[in-house]
Design a protein around this ligand. Sequence first.
Ligand SMILES: *Cc1c(COP(=O)(O)O)cnc(C)c1O
Length: 460
Amino acid sequence: MKTIIEPFKIKVVEPLELTTPEEREQALRDAHFNVFNLHAHDVLIDLLTDSGTGAMSSLQWAAMMQGDESYAGAESFYRFLHRLEDMTGFTHILPTHQGRASERILFELVGGPGKIVPNNNHFDTTRANIEHSGAEAIDLVIEEGKHAAVRHPFKGNMDVDKLVDLIDRVGPDRIPLCMVTVTNNSGGGQPVSLENLRAVRKVCDGYGIPLFLDACRFAENAYFIKLREAGQGDRSVRDIVRDMFELADGATISAKKDGLVNIGGVLLLRDDALAAQAGALLILTEGFVTYGGVAGRDLEAMAQGFEEVVHEDYLAYRIGSTQYLGERLLEIGYQIVEPPGGHAIYVDAGELCPHIPQELFPGQALVCALYREAGIRSVEIGSLMFGDAAEPPPMELVRLAIPRRVYTQSHIDYVVEAAAHVFEQRHALRGLRLTNDPPYLRHFTAQLEEVTVEAALPAR
Ligand SMILES: *Cc1c(COP(=O)(O)O)cnc(C)c1O
């Protein structure tokens, strides 16, 4: 059967309100052409992020009613603990309120001036927490991972030779740990193979460097391993997940992704002394070690979510639906980051709109066009997001992230149809100019106006 079928039926519906083109035009202007400023109410299909935007199951909602809100030693904590022990093999398991809280605790302990932390690609909060500690964050993804049109089954892999070079150059004492992000979010949601994780592990062992996973999308990564890695096709995702975690000395997890919850996170550690220090920091800023800044009911939702996410019918639908969107956009004529990733499709807007120069934000022009056309909210990952960095970004991307279990295949078809209309109008899309440029993380609050290329760049 070719039809992608949602492996669930719907018990509760959340109505969507259709807007007219005139209403969307007004909303876009009121938002100063920055979709972070839109009221979510004015958005029809919200593809801004897959983080914390998923739908919970009836079993998760039922589990929440059993939330034990005792300050210490709650039953809900032990259910959460046993689920994660069973899934990962770790014994030091700390709940946090989200991924960046785990990162902040970890890098407060192992980071600091002079230290260097390699990764395939650091996610922005990971990089920010490393740099905030005074350490340096370095990206070592394989060469294939840097080119949109190149297909590779494990485009998120780390370049092992570059890792060895880095360690030899700076010395292992300056590298408190090596991280690998699965799947590689900043690199297009691309997976990392077990073979690559084993090779990285071997290098780390040779120098006595611990290996950590940024494991936000561990289940999607494991499913790609099952689909694509030689010898893995007959194994269960559960077993592959276990293999991935057993290769690591620790992991940070945002449960807002593959935890299938709206808020929550985890920090996993093997080292007893480090775990004791992390527990002390957790108490200082998050909460006691058996709740870590979330309610007992949230621990229940996570315990159940981490169980449901490794179900293979769910993963087949999840990965199948994202791939379907990506392949349809390629057929229309868009260049996307190939092959389609797990949680999102990344469109190359620079390639789509060569008439809009980088400084007039071609990505944001596409974001505005998708909203105007059909009420779809996406996000620019290009010069607007990274404009305060030293170098311009290599690509002007627009990300369409798919919330988990929220939209149906007909919603995806609607996105494809809207994207086809926008493709027809691509030559008429207009660039944008900043009217308000905040000093930090400007894409969240910046304000813009539309301009014609000639008016904005008279000197050309
Ligand atoms: C979302 C994410 C984080 C941060 O998690 P939050 O829950 O948003 O704090 C870290 N790393 C990766 C790869 C992520 O996708």
